[in-house]
Design a protein around this ligand. Structure first.
Ligand code: URP
Ligand code: ZN
Ligand code: ZN
Length: 460
């Protein structure tokens, strides 16, 4: 099968030019002006932006968490991602404390194998680092293509590791060419504040926010950067939200240390005033919580300063019924928010269209950097001869409205209900196959492929 995309404006992280793209099988065969080819299908991209498929390196599909499961599985979650222009996601496996990493991998494969519509990969969350786990790190990297290891500095008793384990894990991961990603918040301090608020009868979603002040994130981010610097291990802070945490990373650059930073779309466009809506605030109960307007400004600036490298989602959806588990106690509200389908269009509309970032920066943080950092570049994350033909066509001027009534995520509310956006993903190709066109998905469960990743690129 061959496809010729004609007359498009091609945008990569570095380039912006008019060209035709010839796809043969799963990859890009040629790029040029007025390409003459007898393709099976011709797509006219006049007036459209032609960009690499998005990569969302932070999603939680079908994940057991806080006494329930996130409501998108691999089928619904990756399909919704495709509708929104994201062709590859990286999901998190969670080791159970006391069990092995291989046990966790087996459990996750049981839920994901044969079920994804779009491409996916895994990070491995190490929640119990010991001598047995140590031996599994090399196997994960060399044999399974899982090259990034997630750590939690919070959620004590279930997911959190202490600094002794963190440093040991960093040394092992560095030895084998991997990377540590981290949920960097001070878990003990947060647990103290949760208990304090509950003892005072302060039980609404607002107190979720007030239990995780900026200092809890700034302190942990600085501590993580120090440990990564000491061990020399490449580090990546997931879902960074605020000025204090970004300043800790900025400080690390003064000793010539590179700490990769991911923020998520919600931290760029939403703020903590949403927690004042009584229990409706539960829609945005996530960790870390939404922050202040000044933090949004810091994050947009951080993207342009090259300090924030990736915009992800931390997609972790729960039905309203599940959120109600915390009706009388904010600490029981399952943490997480749906955005896998919305990220690319929100970032385009709020970022590019409002003049906060350039088109090249858009592709860099939503596609190219995640591919580079997590060992998938240049197969994914760009448009180049030989790369996977994961390509999206965006109408930059089409206006549309976000709503739970029309989205494809398996969740019965939207964190962005009624938002009017400019710029719509019209066509999506996944490895040379038509995945989405005019709001219809042509791929099915099982068409998505597990992507084994290379060792990390710590010098993007
Ligand atoms: O609230 C969140 N972020 N839920 C998912 C788990 C995590 O901490 O990333
Ligand atoms: Zn987290
Ligand atoms: Zn997460």
């Amino acid at each position: 099968m061959s496809i010729l995309i004609k007359n498009g404006r091609v945008i990569t992280a570095t380039d912006d030019y008019m060209a035709d793209i010839l796809i043969e099988g799963e990859t890009v065969k040629a790029i040029g002006v007025n390409l003459q080819a007898n393709a099976d299908t011709v797509i006219d991209a006049a007036g459209k932006l032609v960009m690499p498929g998005g990569i969302d390196p932070h999603v939680h599909l079908d994940m057991p968490f806080m006494g329930t499961y996130s409501s998108d599985n691999y089928e619904t979650g990756t399909r919704a991602a495709l509708f929104g222009g994201t062709t590859t996601v990286i999901d998190f496996i969670l080791q159970k404390q006391g069990n092995s990493l291989h046990d966790a991998l087996k459990e996750w494969k049981g839920r994901s194998d044969g079920n994804a519509v779009g491409d996916y990969s895994f990070h491995m969350a190490v929640t119990d680092f010991n001598e047995d786990t140590r031996k599994e790190i090399r196997e994960m990297i060399e044999e399974e293509g899982i090259t990034s290891f997630k750590t939690f500095m919070a959620y004590k008793g279930a997911l959190m590791i202490d600094d002794r384990q963190m440093v040991g894990l960093m040394q092992e991961v560095k030895k084998h060419g991997g990377l540590i990603n981290v949920h960097a918040t001070n878990g003990d301090m947060i647990d103290y504040l949760i208990a304090k608020h509950k003892s005072e009868g302060k039980l609404s979603p607002l107190y979720h926010y007030l239990s995780q002040p900026e200092v809890t994130e700034a302190e942990a981010s600085g501590r993580f950067a120090d440990m990564a610097n000491y061990t020399g291990c490449p580090g990546y802070i997931v879902h960074l939200t605020c000025e204090g945490a970004l300043n800790a990373v900025r400080n690390a650059t003064r000793r010539n240390q590179k700490v990769f930073v991911e923020t998520c779309i919600q931290y760029l466009v939403l703020d903590a005033s949403l927690y004042e809506k009584d229990f409706e605030g539960a829609k945005w109960v996530m960790s870390p919580p939404l922050r202040e307007k000044k933090d949004q400004a810091t994050l947009w600036a951080g993207i342009n300063q090259g300090l924030v490298n990736v915009v992800a989602t931390d997609h972790c959806p729960f039905m309203w019924e599940q959120k109600l588990m915390g009706k009388d106690d904010f600490s029981k509200i399952p943490n997480g928010h749906p955005a896998i389908e919305n990220r690319m269009e929100l970032l385009f509309s709020e970022g590019v269209q409002k003049g906060k970032i350039t088109l090249n920066k858009y592709v860099e943080v939503a596609c190219t950097n995640p591919a580079k950092i997590f060992g998938m570049f240049p197969r994914k994350g760009t448009i180049a001869v030989g790369s996977d033909a994961d390509i999206i066509l965006v109408d930059p001027d089409e206006k549309h409205t976000l709503s739970a009534k029309t989205h494809h995520m398996n969740v019965d509310y939207s964190g962005y209900e009624g938002w009017e956006l400019t710029g719509k993903v019209k066509t999506v190709l996944l490895r040379g196959k038509l995945a989405v066109d005019n709001n219809k998905c042509y791929l099915k469960k099982g068409d998505g492929r597990f992507i084994k990743r290379k060792k990390v690129d710590s010098k993007i």
